[in-house]
Design a protein around this ligand. Structure first.
Ligand code: SAH
Length: 394
């Protein structure tokens, strides 16, 4: 057990439940030990504040897990946190039309640095630091006490010398054959738990996909940029889009998008699936006077291509201006970002400025943040990283 003194300036914040430890909070940085160490945070008078573990993740050096001096960071606390998370998701287990959801959402469920996703009886653990990964066996054992599963897979999202290491992600249970086929609001998705860093669908966009299908797609010509496996295109098509165009830089996106269309009985040959740099595609569309009724834009926080580097926190306004150029009058842009450093306020300002600089009016029709199963801690609202605006060009 490692004791860490919190600077006076930060001790109230930590006492009030802020779970993330950062270097600037520490009175003595040399009090840090090793990844995976259990730590006790104390105030300037050495009074107990909280316990947690050391794990380097983005700006943080560790997560606090309990503010109860009687509680230990051990098997029991993992059982308790997991049980509470499962209890909060009761209704999700009983759903027939949605069989994929987030079961455990990091600090939102009381343990920062770990997420668990459910895919029709199969579970995906994602470890966000070496520190939490070192507690892995204890956490898996706690999970096993509570849940009967078909299989467990895992992803490591911490620096293993830069790149994602495509080793075997299988952990426990019986290996299924892939793809798994899960349901989301009645639609189908193919899921690959053992095929690189991403599994095929981002569950946090579930409500946005449904809105597109149920209220925005009918009779529309739809452009899906940064389309990955085409999940938005699938929902647009199911909602009656006349045609979808999916644009992604990655070659693999074509086969993956065809797979998702096929899962849903959609004729993929009637859709456009393009391997292109989105920024170049925008220029091409402007030159050729191609316009869309609905443009979906969900870029990564950072993107690099031959000609461009893109950072959502800096460049979203320009991206928005390009999208406006190829959106029909009265058309809708679904502007999305998961960049934690881009706040909702700043995001809205970018959109406002983009329209003003184009001399156009707009209306925000709907706003989305993380869905219900992505539990967010009230002490750590910045954990709600997703921002989606449905913007109508007027
Ligand atoms: N919107 C998707 C997820 C996007 S993931 C969904 O909801 O499923 C980000 C994607 O952007 C990746 O597939 C990546 O290949 C793609 N990408 C990154 N830079 C790009 C660029 N310059 N042009 C086109 N696609 C790009």
């Amino acid at each position: 057990m490692n004791t860490i003194k919190i600077k006076k300036k930060f001790s109230d914040k930590v006492k009030n439940g802020f779970p993330l430890l950062t270097l600037e909070m520490l009175e003595h940085q040399d009090q840090l030990g090793n990844e995976g160490d259990i730590i006790t945070a104390v105030d300037e008078r050495n009074q107990f504040i909280a316990k947690g573990y050391q794990g380097k993740q983005n700006k943080g050096v560790g997560w606090l897990i309990t503010w109860d001096p009687e509680e230990e960071v051990d098997h029991r606390i993992f059982v308790n946190r997991l049980r509470a998370a499962i209890g909060r998701r009761k209704k999700w287990f009983g759903k027939n039309d949605t069989t994929a959801f987030r079961l455990f959402n990091g600090e939102g469920d009381g343990i920062g640095g770990l997420t668990i996703d459910y895919f029709d009886g199969h579970y995906l653990f994602t470890w966000y630091s070496e520190g939490i990964y070192l507690l892995r066996e204890e956490i898996l054992d706690a999970f096993e006490e509570l849940v009967s599963y078909k299989s467990i897979y895992e992803k490591k999202r911490f620096d293993t010398k830069g790149q994602y290491v495509a080793d075997d992600d299988f952990v426990r249970g019986e290996r299924p054959s892939f793809p798994l086929i899960v349901k989301e609001n009645g639609a189908h998705f193919a899921i690959h738990l053992n095929d690189g860093a991403m599994v095929g669908v981002f569950l946090d966009q579930r409500d946005v996909r449904r809105a597109i299908r149920d209220r925005y797609a009918e009779g529309k010509n739809v452009l899906n940029t940064f389309s990955y496996t085409g999940a938005f295109s699938v929902f647009a098509s199911l909602g009656g889009a006349v045609k979808t165009t999916s644009v992604d830089l990655a070659n693999r996106s074509v086969a993956k998008t065809i797979e998702q269309f096929s899962m849903n009985g959609i004729d993929y040959e009637a859709q456009d699936i393009l391997v292109r740099d989105v920024f170049r595609y925008f220029n091409y569309a402007v030159k050729n006077d191609i316009k869309f009724d609905l443009v979906v834009m969900d870029p990564p926080s950072f993107a690099r291509s031959k000609k461009h580097t893109f950072s959502a926190a800096k460049d979203y306004k320009n991206l928005m201006k390009q999208a406006i150029d190829i959106t029909e009058d009265k058309g809708v842009i679904v502007a999305s970002t998961n960049a934690a450093s881009l706040t909702m306020k700043k995001f809205q300002r970018f959109i406002d400025e983009a329209f003003k600089e184009k001399g156009l009016k707009y209306e925000i029709l709907e706003t989305y943040s993380l869905p219900e199963d992505f539990n967010v801690s009230p002490s750590f609202p910045e954990g709600d990283y997703l921002k989606v605006l449905f913007v109508k060009r007027k």
